[in-house]
Ligand binder design. Structure first.
Ligand code: NAG
Ligand code: NAG
Ligand code: NAG
Ligand code: NAG
Ligand code: NAG
Ligand code: NAG
Ligand code: NAG
Length: 242
């Protein structure tokens, strides 16, 4: 159920960034701004391993080293000319840099690992060769989908449902006539914490409540025709005819 979007881990810093609308809604404005400056966002499930690559070509020599840095001032690892990379004490046993391509691997990421990672080639001048913004997220909390009320007559049926998580909830109304069902109002909410989204929608005969963030989602469904029985009967008759 928890989907780790592994493609996010191998992002090319030269690639143009396509922001889909749904994701954009989830990002605070400040993040959107850095997005425009070409900073790559990497969303990662808590406890997973993070791999950050350098896509630019890097050549080290006697006078040129490479540093992986966290939040500007903390050095994670260092690569020398003709030497094995070294990992600084705070990251000992947890981080690894591959000598052949300078990719950084950070194991078992924690929330405190969220922040900016840069690879800097340091010679006569410093040059940034990779830059990522890493956001570590927990799996979303479970959801409940409850049917609050059903008003049913021979030719219509109105249904109110509520989708809830531990700290937020949304309601939505659905209406069925003799032909079909539709959502009377669209239910969608950015849940607390803002990094997750709660949404209710209708897909064929199913009401779906989906709680999601960038790395995981949980959902519940209810079959609308088990509450609006008049409709399901008529539907069957109708589909026989047609
Ligand atoms: C760098 O090397 C490591 C170890 O061989 C490999 O796992 C990783 O995928 C490589 N990265 C790139 C960008 O090729
Ligand atoms: C790293 O920087 C981010 C902001 O980019 C900040 O939210 C985070 O708390 C910082 N982490 C540490 C451990 O300083
Ligand atoms: C459902 O709602 C519609 C619009 O408010 C109303 O016309 C209809 O009578 C309602 N049906 C039932 C069974 O309450
Ligand atoms: C879902 O419903 C069950 C049973 O009523 C309850 O124990 C649980 O706390 C609810 N969970 C949420 C997220 O509302
Ligand atoms: C519902 O049924 C009516 C009448 O058959 C049809 O015109 C309409 O397109 C249907 N709506 C949906 C959402 O299928
Ligand atoms: C709900 O959203 C769907 C898809 O975004 C749209 O087609 C539909 O018209 C919306 N319904 C209402 C009542 O806003
Ligand atoms: C729930 O939302 C996530 C993220 O948008 C999506 O990947 C997933 O397919 C959705 N699940 C369902 C059952 O709609």
């Amino acid at each position: 159920m928890f989907v780790l979007n592994r493609t996010d881990l191998h992002v090319d810093i030269k690639k143009s960034v396509v922001v889909d609308k749904k994701k954009l809604n989830l990002l605070p404005l400040t993040m959107f701004v850095v997005f425009l400056l070409g900073l790559q966002h990497v969303f990662l499930l808590h406890g997973k391993d993070l791999q950050l690559d350098i896509k630019k070509s890097v050549v080290l020599d006697k006078k040129t080293d490479l540093f992986w840095k966290f939040n500007e001032t903390n050095n994670v690892a260092k690569c020398y000319f003709n030497n094995d990379p070294v990992v600084f004490d705070k990251y000992e046993g947890r981080a690894e840099v591959f000598g052949q391509n300078y990719s950084l691997l950070l194991k078992n990421v924690q929330h405190s690992d969220s922040g900016d990672y840069t690879a800097v080639v340091s010679g006569e001048k410093d040059q940034k060769v990779a830059e990522y913004k890493v956001i570590v997220q927990d799996p979303v909390s479970p959801v409940n989908l409850t049917v609050d009320s059903v008003d049913s007559s021979s030719d219509s049926c109105n249904l109110t449902v509520t989708c809830s998580t531990v700290d937020s909830h949304i309601s939505s109304r659905f209406r069925c006539d003799t032909q079909n069902c539709s959502q009377a109002e669209n239910g969608s909410l950015k849940a607390k914490p803002r990094s997750s989204t709660l949404i209710i929608y209708l897909q064929q005969d199913f009401i779906i409540c989906n709680h999601s963030n960038q790395v995981s989602w949980k959902h519940k469904t209810e079959k609308i025709t088990s509450y609006c029985k008049t409709l399901s009967g008529k539907n069957k008759r109708q589909s026989h005819k047609g």
